[in-house]
Every structure is written in C-alpha cells, then in structure tokens.
Ligand binder design. Structure first.
Ligand SMILES: Nc1ncnc2c1ncn2[C@@H]1O[C@H](COP(=O)(O)OP(=O)(O)OP(=O)(O)O)[C@@H](O)[C@H]1O
Length: 368
C-alpha cells in the first residue's frame, strides 16, 4: 500500500482479538507468549495494528501488545513495520512508549510471512478516549501539553519527526503520565518527506500545501491541534477533505499573506487560496473563551501557518503556560537516530528478512 493510500479509519472501531495467535512460541524463552503473557484483553485498534493489554508473568506487570496488521501485505507495509519497531527500540524516554519485547508467530522463518507482535508499556487510555468521556481541567491540560513537548524534545533532538500526532496516538495513565505512541509514520528528519503524513485533521498546512521542505514543526502544529481539542473537546479542524480542511484553517487563522503564499510550491494550491474569500484571524480569546490566557498565548504561537515563525519545541517548553512543570535539567535529548534502511531499495523478501533478523537479535533493555 502506498503511503497516500493509508486508510483513515473511523475513530471508534471496536478492538478485538480476531487473528491473534495466542499459541505461538516465544522466540527467546522457554515459555509460550500465552504462558508469559496471560489475560489478553483487546484495547485498541488502528490502521496497522490491533492492541491488547496482557499480564506479563515474567515481569509481573501489565503490558500492551500490538499485533501488526499484514506487515508483509506489501513492500510499503513491511517498510513501515520495520521503521516502527526500529524507532520504538531506539527511543528510551518517559514520554515515549518503548519496545519491551517483540515476538513472532510459531515456526517463523525469514522465507515466509509471519505475524509480528510488539510488547510495550501499558497505558490506561489515550487522549481521544479520555476527551470523549471527560473535560480536562487546566492543570491537566498544562501537564499533558508539557509532557508531549518534553517527548518531542527528545525525538526531535534524535532527528526523528513523529508526523502523526493526534489524540489517539497520545496515551495517558491514571496518574496523568503521558507517552507518545505509534511511530509508524515517523521519519528521520532529513529524509525526503512525502506528502501523506498525519491524519488529516492534525496535518500541518505546509504538508497540505506541499512546501518543498518541511520539518519537525509539523509536530508542533499537531500539538496545537491536540491542545485546542483538550480545551474545547472538539477537533479544531475536522475537515471532511483537503479543501474543507484548508477552509477551516483560513477561517480561524486568517488568509496567509503573499510572502507565505509565495513559498507554496504548488501553483494550483497557491492560486486556489487566492480565489477563496479573505478571512481575518479570529480572536483566540473569543474562540477559546474562558481558557487560561497563557494557554491562549501558547496556541497563538503554535497555530501559525509559516513553520519558520511557529514556536519551537524549546521555546514552547519555556513558555509561561508550562512554567509550573518545565525543568530544563530534566528534559533529556535523544541519541541521533540513523535508519539502517535509509537508502535501501529493498523488495518484500528482503524487508521480511530484515524484520526477522531484528526480532532474532532483539535484546530487551531497561526502559524508562
Ligand atoms: N501502549 C499502549 N497502551 C495502551 N493503549 C495503547 C497502547 N498502544 C496502543 N494503544 C491503543 O491502541 C490504539 C491503536 O494503536 P496504534 O496507534 O499504535 O496503532 P496503529 O495501527 O499504528 O494506529 P494508526 O491507525 O494511528 O496508524 C491507540 O489509539 C490506543 O488506543
């Protein structure tokens, strides 16, 4: 499946255990995963995986296990699967979900397709489910936004761009700890960026309007959309298609100036915007009526069309809205990520071998 064909799923699919091989033999141990991971309960579903919580009898803790959907369905699927496991394994940070273990289906060999299961820290909910059920107080919003930026500082300093931040990809615990999930679309920063990234509503304008280059500021935009959703409990830009999404952005943020429009590489996109009614930027104090003025100020600095003028992660962490939690001595940076497959043009069989080897060689580490 090409990246621009990634299905956009209805938001609330019922998770299930369908297709789970609960009898498969664990690669590294004497135990079957069924014996090591018991009490499987479906908790989540995405376009590329179904997720269960399970009790890890060896470590005496609950974990989340994601079964990748058709990792070998196509070359692009396999590439995505490899990237996800490799990136998850690279990151070790309190605000990023980590790879505790990985295993495959019974009698797997590199020569034929096999199922892949990723074991991660278990979180109790994600922001999408949380917001469906409850309103968040300002303190919670502050703490969540802080933690997302803290996680982004780590991944961006490692030269990784997440590219798919949205409430479903932000997991939280009862004690308000937060971890960023789902590195399926993440990329090494300098890699050529493709047009399709991020679920539509959270997609930065520079991605939609095909700027020649875009960078980690797409993730800052994503935080802005998620933060606005935390304040109002409604998606900020629920566009039904590209044109509608752009229209919603222009209505709130005003028509961008010529300097900005001239940076859009697609002539048709540029001209299209010029045909639309001219909007003035709405007053955020009115739109986000009742919100903490510092929250509004931070949003003003995030929701800016031009990524070069959009606030950076470092400056966001130092913003007055997050002062209560900010501690530059406790906001670690990450080791630079190098994708071993960066310039590789592998076929499906070769990807399968890469994934098999990764699982074979996987060594669990102590995860934060
Ligand atoms: N570690 C975890 N703890 C708790 N819930 C989780 C965990 N990992 C995933 N989930 C749940 O499962 C859902 C799907 O997981 P994930 O986003 O990783 O799958 P995906 O197929 O890559 O999704 P997408 O459609 O966003 O690409 C999440 O939205 C979340 O509700």
């Amino acid at each position: 499946m090409a990246e621009d064909e990634i299905p956009i799923l209805p938001l609330d699919l019922e998770p299930s255990l369908e297709g789970w091989d609960t009898t498969c033999i664990h690669k590294t141990t004497w135990q079957t995963p069924q014996a090591r991971y018991s009490d499987l309960q479906p908790i989540g579903v995405g376009a590329f995986g179904t997720v269960c919580s399970a009790y890890d009898l060896k470590e005496n803790r609950r974990v989340a296990i994601k079964k990748m959907i058709e990792p070998f369905g196509s070359k692009d699927h396999a590439k995505r699967a490899f990237r996800e496991m490799h990136l998850l394994n690279h990151c070790n940070h309190e605000n990023i979900v980590g790879l505790l273990d990985i295993f495959y289906s019974p009698c797997s060999s590199p020569d034929k397709n096999f199922d892949v299961y990723l074991v991660m820290q278990m979180m109790s909910s994600d922001l999408h489910s949380l917001l469906k059920n409850q309103a968040l107080g300002d303190e919670h919003i502050q703490f969540f936004v802080y933690q997302v930026f803290r996680g982004l500082k780590y991944i961006h300093s490692a030269k990784i761009v997440h590219r798919d931040l949205k409430p479903n990809n932000i997991a939280v615990n009862e004690n308000s700890e937060l971890r960023i999930l789902d590195f399926g679309l993440a990329r090494e920063k300098d890699e050529a960026m493709t047009g399709y990234i991020a679920t539509r509503w959270y997609r930065a304008p520079e991605v939609m309007l095909s700027w020649t280059e875009y960078d980690d500021k797409v993730d800052v935009w994503g935080v802005g959309c998620v933060m606005a959703e935390m304040l109002t409990r409604r998606p900020l830009f629920p566009g039904v298609d590209h044109v509608n999404l752009l229209g919603l952005m222009l209505e709130l943020l005003g028509t961008p100036n010529e300097e900005y429009l001239n940076q859009i590489t697609s002539e048709s996109a540029r001209n299209f915007i010029r045909t639309l009614p001219v909007h003035n930027r709405k007053q955020f104090q009115v739109y986000f009526n009742g919100a903490n003025p510092d929250a509004i100020d931070l949003l003003e600095k995030i929701l800016i069309f031009d990524p070069n003028k959009r606030i950076s992660v470092e400056d966001a962490l130092a913003h007055p809205y997050l002062t209560k939690y900010a501690d530059p001595t406790d906001e670690p940076i990450g080791p630079i990520y190098i994708d071993p497959t960066k310039d590789a043009d592998l076929n499906l069989e070769e990807w399968r071998k890469m994934i098999f080897k990764f699982i074979e060689n996987f060594k669990p580490i102590d995860r934060l």
